[in-house]
Design a protein. Structure first.
Length: 216
């Protein structure tokens, strides 16, 4: 009997460990959903700010316990979820630097062909340039090209814009000379955007924005 009790205790401890390590997947959050569906306040992951009428913001400063489709997130940038009039209005996050290109691939797979893109060029350390180039070339075969007469330099899409009729989504990446790839992703409902409910977004889009002709 004593041995049986020990086995039960070990089993309970293992269950608690597994539950304690469970991550919350941000890719499961759908814009426009009732916020009650996700119970953000009781997940011990977010800080709450309800200082504005009709707007609640949930913050995860270090992204502890958060992933996006099993992709680890940047623990220095954090995540912000905006709730507008009781519904999820926006999601703002960053993937971990080492997973930036996997993050791009996942979002392109989720959203499909971008409605608009911005291109840039970069020169990358010779030890890493081929790997980065080939990864992006796989995702955007017609948009990633070597720059002739410029060693280890290529042109690539650095910002992507999607519009599914209800929501806008923007992903930006920057590739540094040492091979680090930074990223930022924000997805917002038209309603939250047009009512200026989301930090960092302004309606209407400034004329200098590449999305000026799209975010209306």
């Amino acid at each position: 009997m004593k041995k049986w009790r020990v086995l039960v205790l070990v089993f309970v401890v293992l269950i608690n460990i597994c539950c304690g390590n469970k991550s919350f997947d941000l890719s499961s959050v759908a814009l426009g959903d009732d916020v009650k569906k996700y119970d953000f306040e009781n997940k011990d992951l977010f800080l709450k700010d309800a200082s504005k009428p009709d707007v609640i913001q949930y913050y995860a400063d270090e992204n502890k316990g958060l992933v996006y489709g099993n992709i680890p997130l940047d623990n220095t940038m954090g995540t912000r979820i905006t709730v507008y009039k009781g519904k999820v209005g926006a999601l703002d996050t960053n993937a971990a630097e080492k997973s930036s290109l996997d993050f791009v691939e996942k979002l392109v797979s989720k959203h499909g062909k971008p409605a608009a893109m911005v291109t840039d060029k970069t020169t990358v350390d010779a030890k890493q340039v081929k790997q980065i180039f080939e990864k992006l070339k796989k995702i955007f075969p017609d948009k990633v090209t070597w720059n002739q007469d410029e060693q280890n330099s290529f042109t690539y899409p650095s910002a992507f814009f999607w519009d599914d009729g209800k929501n806008y989504s923007i992903l930006s990446i920057s590739i540094e000379g040492d091979g680090k790839v930074r990223n930022k992703y924000i997805s917002v409902t038209r309603e939250a955007y047009r009512n200026n409910a989301v930090f960092g977004l302004k309606y209407p889009a400034p004329q200098g924005s590449p999305w000026y002709n799209f975010m209306k």
